[in-house]
Design a protein around this ligand. Structure first.
Ligand code: HEC
Length: 97
C-alpha cells in the first residue's frame, strides 16, 4: 500500500508515464464513444477516486473497459481535479449548442 502511494505521488510529481497515457487515450476511443461524446468527460475535472467511481458507474451501465488502469491514468492526467477547466465553445449568440 505504501509503495502504491509513493508510486502515485511520484507520478503526480513527474507526470504519468507517457506510454500508459497514450494507451488510455486509445482505450477511451474504444470504450467511451458508444453512448455519448467524449466531451462529457473532457468537461469534467475529477480526482483519481472520482474517475474510478465514474468508470464503475459506466461499467454498470454497460461500458466494456479492457485497459482500465491506463484509462484511469489518462483521465487523471488530462481531466484531473488539479487541471484548469477549458473555456467551452459557444455559439455566436452565447446560448450554446
Ligand atoms: C453503455 C453506455 C455508456 C458507455 C459505453 C459509457 N457511458 Fe458514460 N454515460 C452514459 C450515460 C447514459 C450517461 C448519462 C448521460 C447524461 O447524463 O446525459 C453517462 C455520463 C457520463 C459522464 C457524466 C457524468 C455522469 O456520471 O453522468 C461521464 C464523465 C462519463 N459518462 C464518462 C464515461 C467514460 C470515461 C466512458 C468510457 C469508459 C463512458 N462514459 C462510457 C453511458 C455510457
Amino acid at each position: 500500500m505504501r509503495a502504491m502511494v509513493m508510486l502515485w505521488a511520484a507520478m503526480a510529481a513527474y507526470g504519468a508515464d507517457a506510454a500508459l497515457v497514450a494507451k488510455g487515450a486509445a482505450e477511451e476511443r474504444k470504450a467511451c464513444v458508444g453512448c455519448h461524446s467524449l466531451r462529457i468527460s473532457s468537461t469534467q475535472r475529477l480526482s483519481r477516486a472520482g474517475w474510478e467511481k465514474e468508470l464503475d458507474k459506466m461499467a454498470r451501465w454497460g461500458a466494456r473497459i479492457a485497459e482500465r488502469e491506463a484509462l484511469v491514468v489518462y483521465l487523471v492526467e488530462k481531466y484531473g481535479d488539479d487541471k484548469p477547466v477549458e473555456a467551452l465553445p459557444r455559439s455566436a449568440d452565447g446560448v450554446g449548442r
